[in-house]
Design a protein around this ligand. Sequence first.
Ligand SMILES: Cc1cc2nc3c(=O)[nH]c(=O)nc-3n(C[C@H](O)[C@H](O)[C@H](O)COP(=O)(O)O)c2cc1C
Length: 366
Amino acid sequence: MKSKFLPLNVRDLRRCSRIIKLSRSAYDYCASGSRDQFTLKQNLKAYQNYNIIPRALVGGLSSANTRTAILGESVDFPVLIAPTSMHKLMHQDGEVATYKAALKMNTIYCMSSLATTTAEDIAKHSDRLRWFQLYIAKDRERTKRLVFKLTQLGFKALVLTIDTPILGVREKDIINGFSLPNGMRLENFEDDPNAAVSGEHGIMSGLNRFFHTSVDMDLKWSDINWLKSITNLPIILKGVMCADDAQLALDHNVAGIIVSNHGGRQLDTVPATIDVLPEIANAVCGRIPVLLDGGIRRGTDIFKALALGANAVLIGRPILWGLAYNGESGVELALNFLKTELLETMILSGTRSIDEIQAKHIRRAI
Ligand SMILES: Cc1cc2nc3c(=O)[nH]c(=O)nc-3n(C[C@H](O)[C@H](O)[C@H](O)COP(=O)(O)O)c2cc1C
C-alpha cells in the first residue's frame, strides 16, 4: 500500500512505517524500551532542556558544511548508523539496503552482531564506511574466528557493546509473543544452534537463550586487553554512561567510546545520554572520540550533542523507520532529513563548520 502522507522528518517516517508497513509486533520490537520505558522517554525529552544560543553576523555562512572525520575516515556529516538487529524484519533487503544508503550518504554503518545478513554479504558492496558491533562469546574461540573473519573482510572498527550482560526486558514483546519469522536467523552465528531465535516460546526466551548460552555475561575490563590481543582493529566501547568508566576506557587504550543507554532498551531509569555527556566529555578531554546515541530525532539534537562535547552521534530507530518505509531510499531519506536539519541549524546559529559548534552555543533552559 502506498502512503499519501508525505514524510517531512524522521518522526513522520515512524508514523508512516507504523501505519502502513509494519506488523504490530515488528513495530513494537523496534519502538520499545525496557520495563516502564522511563529512559526511552527521557532520551527524547532531555534535548528540550537545552536552548541554542545563535551568534549573528559571523560571515561565511554560504560555505557552511557538515563534513568531518571519525577515526580518520571522512564522512559528509557526523551522523552514523547505530548497530540495530534484524533489519530483514523491517524490509526484505535488510542490512544490505541500510549499508548502501550509508555509502550513498557517505557516512558509517555499524553492522549489528544480531544482523539477519552475513558480514560477507555486506563486505562485497564496498570496503569503506563499515564497522561491526561485537558481543564477546563465552566460547572465546568463536569470537576469535569472527574477529579474524571481520578483519579479513576489511571492517574498519569493532564496536564492543558493554551494557548487555543480559538483555533488557521489553514487555510488549512478551505481550505480542514476538518471534523471528521462519527463514530468518542471526546470520553471523552460523554454527550456533540458538541463532535461529525461532523460539517456540517466543523471541524473549529465544534471544534470552541466545544470550545466556552464547554471550559472556562475566566480561570485565581485562577482557578489553584480551580483545586487543587478538586484533589490530580499533576498538570502540558502546554503553559508557559515567566519567569513571570513560576513564577506565582511556586506561585500556580504546580508540573511542559511545555514550549510550542502548536507546533505553537495557537498564530502565538510567539517565538520558545527553545529560551524562558533559561529565564524560570532560573526563576524556579530547583524547579519543566521544560519540553519543539515544533520542536523536532532529538536527537541533545533533547540534546540542556536538556542543556538549560529542564528536558525532549515531541513530538507531530513525534508520529502522526509514528502512521499513522504503528500503534503501527510506534510509537515505532519514539520513538526508537529519543532514539537512543539521546544516540549517548551523547556518541559523552562525556556525560554519562542525569544529565551530561549541558549548557557548547552548544554554540549559530555565
Ligand atoms: C530494534 C533495535 C535493535 C538494537 N539492536 C542492537 C544491537 O544489536 N546491538 C547494539 O549494540 N545495540 C542495539 N540497539 C541499540 C542501538 O545501537 C542504539 O544504541 C539506540 O537505538 C540509539 O537510540 P535511538 O534508537 O533513540 O536512536 C538496538 C536498538 C533498537 C531500537
